[in-house]
Unconditional design. Sequence first.
Length: 192
Amino acid sequence: MYALIENNEIKETFSNIRALKIGDVQYPKNIFTVWSKEEKEAIGIYEIVRDNSNKKDDSLYTNTDVSYAFADGKVTASYGTANPKELEDVKFLKKVDIRQQASAILTATDWYVVKATEVESYSIPEAVTTYRADARTASNDMESKIDACSTVDELAALYVYTDGTRPLGEFPDHGIEDLFWNTLQGNLTHIR
């Protein structure tokens, strides 16, 4: 994104590279790719630097519109203070997301359950049963942590990773992909 500066003020901002007229001079659009930064700035075209330090998660907060400022030879686009969305609304949406993730995990292993109900001699591998139980437990734990939040900031903190973990927790990963593949290979010869 670029800004056109005239008399130390932002005249316009634009994101599409295009030909433009500055004063009485018409410039082709290739000045954006061919000219150096210094050459562009000499005619008043500055690349916009984004400052996202105030931008917060859009699913939890309403961010302000971006404002532009020109100072010290630099154009900055920045956000104002974000406002939290309604707590109960974001809790609901975050729990729906958790339930959808849990459903996807369980759906991927449902065929074990179906086969066990249809084939009398087949039993679900213990690792799959454990994995499914752990997925349900993780989902319930995550929803409880979300419900316990009394502010949107507390809810946001559940999703912040520190040293590879987050307070919300994660769904289980017991090397289930290997189990799926090995079981599938073994069962392909037994499908009738």
